[in-house]
Design a protein around this ligand. Structure first.
Ligand SMILES: Nc1ccn([C@@H]2O[C@H](COP(=O)(O)OP(=O)(O)OP(=O)(O)O)[C@@H](O)[C@H]2O)c(=O)n1
Ligand SMILES: [Ca+2]
Length: 553
């Protein structure tokens, strides 16, 4: 087709509206179209109103496109400015270093901080350096080096580093305060001389350990999420169990933390009050020192020794133990054994310095044996867990982590999303304990002997702690979820500790834009589409194509 000439210059952009009219072309209409292309000087037949409308329509479409383009580009999230934080979990059995990262501009949102690195420090926990306190700090060097490689060097100086020590150091402080101080000062010196921003090395309380574990899992599960509009209404209708309880089992202590319904606490030392993202939480927590799985075993052995000193077996320095596999033997140094505050009250003069433990692999006897660790004889409150410690009625779901997870995961008992029934868990542990040590060792040769030899004891201990100690039953057992990680982050107290110390959890809901970025763009697109449709409709009304007039289409 020849290029149209003349004063009415054909604009290709008008083509779509013309094409629309070409639905039914009569001879008369073709003439009309031809008239658009008449040379200059020839008066086009199209009315001036229609021309104006066409131009207006075209301009509006352009405006809408421009509007969307501007909205999308102008409100694009800024390139990520990442911040980092380091927490060292100085546990009784070992130290872990965690590196967390989060986008700087979203500091107060929920669920934005995630773990990007974990480094297991070689050797024992820092409380294990009580005889060589100056070596505690240097033991952390290798993991600090790893953190230096993960975090960009320009950000080293601004990256906070915290060390929190738990039950191992609480015990060392009870046993030898000056050794505990020296260990803390050694690790403090090492961290101070690292390129990071040292924020302190201290022994955290059992209450803090419980509280920060609870904050960690609820933060990671998104239970503190800020909600608005109709979701807020739904949220307020939900029951109190919108947070998950936290069960933490370490080597030296264990913690239980959950939102309790009972308003006035009978035992104020177990009660914590939080205001997080504009919501109040009344949280029950308790930490049992000496009830971590390593110390519980020490307590059990001390009791067994005490009970059997009069029996001839102990004279030949060997002690049968139903919680170890048949054929397993372990030797224990008696003088070290009773220095521990968890066993010192059971101290006995024994005619030998080494005790040999001989496994029997008997679940029932082991269970009865362990049950004695939980004294249920006196309770000064309306309800107790054990040893006269207040426990309100259990409430909602629980996340069970650390050694709860390590042990249950080894025994294949962490099934999610459908947790196993209590009788299945019991029978699995019972049959595992009944397997001879040689068979277990061969089947799991890749697992450290220290861990492997104790999974029978630990499995029975976990059952006893949850069933006898906290009184979980077959009815609420499946509310316990054994979890190691949530997303990429380990479940534990460290994340909650850092969130708190960096003020990343606000008490009040931060004022944010009423709409999220996605909803904003969506709304813009919708409004624009409505506008275009209205314009198109108006144009159609004023310029009815023949096909519509005749009802052909
Ligand atoms: N794969 C693993 C890893 C650890 N463990 C055991 O789990 C316990 C340690 O649990 P952890 O939560 O790391 O305890 P700590 O933090 O060291 O101790 P605490 O919190 O009491 O200070 C130890 O008995 C350790 O032998 C295990 O059985 N299997
Ligand atoms: Ca721990």
């Amino acid at each position: 087709m020849d290029e149209p000439k003349g004063s009415f210059v054909y604009t290709p952009k008008l083509k779509p509206s013309l094409a629309f009219e070409l639905c039914v072309l009569t001879g008369k209409e073709l003439d009309k179209i031809h008239s658009y292309f008449l040379p200059s000087g020839t008066k086009p037949k199209m009315s001036s109103t229609r021309t104006i409308l066409l131009i207006l329509g075209f301009l509006s479409t352009l405006a809408v496109i421009a509007l969307i383009a501007v909205a999308v580009t102008q409100n694009q999230p800024l390139p990520k400015n990442i911040k980092y934080g380091i927490v060292l979990d100085a546990g009784s059995s070992h130290t872990n270093l965690y590196v967390y990262e989060w986008p700087a501009e979203k500091e107060n949102d929920t669920g934005v901080v995630k773990q990007v690195e974990v480094c297991k420090v070689e050797g024992p926990g820092i409380s294990g350096y009580s005889h060589a306190t100056e070596k505690a700090g240097p033991s952390l060097e290798q993991c600090l080096q790893q953190a230096k490689e993960v975090i960009p060097s320009v950000q080293h100086k601004e990256t906070p580093v915290y060390l929190g020590a738990t039950a191992g150091m609480r015990l060392l402080r009870l046993q030898n305060e000056s050794a505990a101080d020296k260990v803390l000062s050694s690790v403090g010196n090492t961290l101070r001389s690292s390129p990071f921003n040292f924020q302190g090395a201290r022994i955290i309380t059992g209450q803090e350990e419980g509280a920060y574990g609870w904050i960690t899992i609820n933060y990671l599960l998104g239970n503190f999420k800020q909600v608005s509009g109709w979701k807020k209404l739904l949220h307020s209708l939900k029951s109190l169990s919108e947070t998950s309880g936290a069960l933490d089992l370490g080597g030296a202590s264990t913690q239980i933390t959950f939102v309790s319904k009972d308003p006035p606490s009978e035992s104020p030392e177990n009660q914590l009050y939080f205001r997080l993202y504009g919501k109040d939480y009344q949280v029950y927590t308790h930490s049992f020192l000496c009830y971590g799985k390593d110390q519980a075993l020490q307590q059990k052995l001390a009791r067994d020794l005490q009970a059997s000193t009069s029996t001839p077996t102990v004279e030949d320095s060997s002690l049968p133990d139903p919680c170890f596999h048949k054929g397993y033997e372990r030797s224990i140094n008696i003088s070290d054994f009773f220095k521990n505050p968890c066993t010192s009250d059971k101290k006995k003069q024994l005619p030998f310095s080494q005790l040999s433990i001989k496994g029997e692999g008997d679940y029932q006897k082991c269970r009865e044996n362990i049950q004695n660790l939980f004294d249920k004889s006196n309770c000064p409150y309306s309800s107790c867990s054990f040893n006269g410690i207040y426990l309100p009625p259990l409430q909602g779901d629980f996340g069970a982590f650390s050694a709860f997870y390590f042990v249950m995961n080894f025994l294949n008992l962490t099934s999610e999303p459908n947790p196993l029934a209590l009788n299945k868990v019991t029978s699995t542990i019972e049959s595992f304990c009944g397997r001879p040590w040689q068979e277990v060792k061969t089947a799991y040769h890749h697992i450290k002997e220290k861990y492997l030899s104790e999974y029978c004891f630990s499995g029975v201990y976990i059952l006893s702690l949850l069933e006898n100690g906290y009184e979980f039953t077959e009815n609420n057992w499946q509310l316990i979820h054994f979890l190691g990680k949530i997303g990429s982050s380990d479940a534990g107290w460290t994340l909650g500790y850092m969130l708190n110390l960096t003020n990343m959890i606000p008490a009040e809901e931060p004022a944010g834009p009423p709409l999220s970025y996605g909803s904003y763009v969506g709304l813009m697109v919708l409004c624009s589409l409505v506008l275009v449709s209205v314009l198109l409709f108006a144009w159609l009304l004023l310029h009815k194509p023949k096909c519509l007039q005749k009802g052909i289409v």
